[in-house]
Write a protein that binds this ligand. Structure first.
Ligand code: FAD
Ligand code: EPU
Length: 349
């Protein structure tokens, strides 16, 4: 991994009244008491041991594509820019690849395909960094990160030591992991190791993907074709945060038991759902929000995207509090119509 041989003057590189506007994809114009970018593990370790800032609350950011900053942050923001990627080893059936936390996720997926290593293509075009990907166990188009993660390296900023975690220790769930709970703001992910299969099989179970491919006569897609298909589908559906501030899905798709589902389906026969391995039913929150009439609607500068009701957008000049107020109004309507509680996906600060 890219490392400095000597410790940078880490503390001196921090800025007071640090603007976070370019570090969150909603584009909220808030500030941190202190902040800076971290380009080496050595600098990060030195900073975390620095007694002058030991008592400040900390917030780690990658690209800020899964946070809602509702206020100035009275603490230290560390923007992780650690770079580097390498093939660590090969076995008979897999490639083992390590990548630093600050690499852009999508560029990393592209790179693996360029190296002839398939297996991450379904996660193409997810914004953000590699280091944040385990935090919510990113998932899309039939694949979750947990299916490819071997282990990760992290820095425990309380004890000042490096800790390796395997997938089991990360306690992954649907858009969930230990990094949203006990390890939040304590373990900083430094790099992630993936195991990519040599005997690759296409994963084309997701309906949108399957129909995109079959409508173009592609029946045995290559990994590169899946990467291309998903990139196109996502560009069509989801707003580009560079053009329209957003954090992707604002709510998780709720999970209900079979009894609740049967009641709902009797009232709403067209409800969109996915049966899970554990017998629970996942409901499409976007469909429910759409049904409540929210798609394309706005409250001031905060709006519901017109092609994907699960995505809230900043039409210009919105604050985090305004986006949150819109989210709460949507949540109340979904609760009233469906009796289902929606959980917010991005982290609210
Ligand atoms: P940030 O927003 O910077 O941080 C997110 C969380 O991770 C915060 O709690 C932060 O403290 C923590 N964190 C960040 N870096 C580290 C680190 N190195 N160590 C420890 N903690 C850290 N997500 C999906 O799962 N599937 C999708 O299909 C998807 N589509 C999206 C589409 C759009 C248009 C957008 C804007 C977002 C989408 N997302 C999706 C959400 C987002 O891209 C992912 O959650 C991504 O992993 C966030 O990366 P980030 O670097 O921007 O994280
Ligand atoms: N739908 C509507 N109206 C809408 C939006 C969706 O009727 O306005 C319907 C769709 O027609 C479809 C169903 O709801 O039948 C599901 O929609 P979609 O395929 O767009 O997926 P999603 O459930 O809205 C989830 C993830 C996305 C991920 C996609 C593809 C969550 C919370 N969201 O969205 O992840 O990219 O599936 O796998 O699980 C994210 O987490 O930020 C994110 C974008």
């Amino acid at each position: 991994m890219c490392q400095l041989t000597n410790a940078e003057p880490a503390f001196n590189a921090l800025q007071a009244n640090y603007s976070l506007r370019d570090h969150n994809t909603f584009g909220f114009d808030v500030r941190a008491r202190l902040g800076g970018t971290i380009c080496s593990e050595v600098a990060l370790i030195a900073l975390c041991a620095d007694q002058r800032i030991a008592n400040l609350p900390r917030l780690v950011l990658g690209a800020g594509s899964n946070v809602v900053l509702t206020r100035d942050f009275d603490g230290l923001v560390l923007v992780i820019k650690l770079r580097g990627k390498r093939i660590l080893a090969q076995t008979d059936d897999s490639y083992i690849v390590e990548v630093a936390a600050g690499e852009r996720w999508h560029d990393f997926v592209d790179w693996t395909l360029q190296q002839g290593m398939a297996g991450l293509e379904n996660l193409a075009l997810i914004p953000g960094t590699v280091g944040a990907a385990p935090v919510q166990n990113i998932g899309a188009y039939g694949l979750e990160l947990v299916e490819r993660l071997e282990r990760l390296r992290s820095l425990d900023i309380v004890e000042g030591r490096i800790i390796d975690l395997d997938a089991q220790a990360c306690a992954f769930g649907y858009r969930d992991s230990i990094f949203k709970h006990a390890a939040r703001d304590r373990l900083i992910i430094l790099s992630v190791v993936f195991r990519l299969p040599k005997r690759w099989q296409a994963c084309v179970t997701y309906a949108d993907l399957a129909s995109w491919l079959s409508s173009r006569g592609i029946h045995k897609p290559t990994a590169r074709q899946i990467f291309g298909a998903i990139t196109e589908i996502r560009r069509e559906k989801l707003p580009n945060p560079m053009m329209l501030g957003n954090a992707g899905s604002f709510f998780k798709n709720p999970l209900v038991d079979i009894k609740k589902f049967s009641e709902l389906r009797a009232k709403e026969p067209n409800i969109v759902f996915y049966t899970q391995h554990n017998g629970r039913i996942k409901l499409a929150a976007g469909w429910m929000i759409d049904r409540c009439g929210w798609k394309g609607r706005s409250i001031g500068p905060s709006a519901v995207h017109e092609r994907q009701a699960l995505v809230l957008v900043n039409r210009g000049g919105a604050t985090g509090k305004q986006i949150l107020a819109l989210a709460l109004a949507i949540r109340a309507d979904v609760r009233q119509r469906f009796g289902v509680e929606l959980d917010i996906e991005p982290r609210i600060i």
